[in-house]
Design a protein around this ligand. Structure first.
Ligand code: ZN
Length: 149
């Protein structure tokens, strides 16, 4: 992206969200014994299936989502999969905590969220919080049965 510095922050954030919405990363279905969780946000109509492989070292391998919904829910899922892919389960939990902290103030900021900062403005719109956190709640469900190392 050129001239990022010249761009007002809101415009830049809008661009990041729309880019992930129109070109979602890690979108599709995985084949094989992945852990799967489906979460829905009926108030907005967002639906999300998350699938993740976790190896013997408790590291997240391929992670994919599919579903449909608003730009915020889909962009959040896309950016989340980019952030946590290759991380350990414990690191992924820290990422979840950090993202929820950004939007709710509860918990702690543990990891750099990168482009996900584009979603920070959602905290001013409580009705959209569930859109932004949908994918993260699904990831939380996927990791739930796995002990931390
Ligand atoms: Zn939504």
């Amino acid at each position: 992206m050129k001239n990022v510095a010249a761009m007002p922050l809101d415009d830049l954030y809008q661009k990041i969200i729309l880019d992930h919405f129109k070109h979602p990363r890690n979108f599709g279905k995985l084949v094989g014994p992945a852990i799967r969780a489906r979460h829905e946000n009926p108030s907005c109509g967002d639906q999300l299936d998350l699938q993740v492989f976790i190896d013997a070292q408790h590291r997240l391998g391929p992670i994919q989502f599919y579903g449909h919904g608003c730009a915020i829910s889909q962009a959040s899922a896309s950016m989340m999969t980019e952030l946590v892919k290759g991380k350990t389960v414990a690191e992924a939990r820290e990422a979840i905590m950090s993202f929820l902290y950004m939007l709710t103030g509860e918990g702690e900021a543990r990891v750099e969220l990168g482009d996900l900062a584009a979603l920070a403005g959602v905290k001013q719109f409580p009705s959209r919080l569930k859109c932004a956190t949908l994918a993260w709640k699904a990831l939380e469900s996927c990791l739930e049965p796995i002990a931390s190392k």
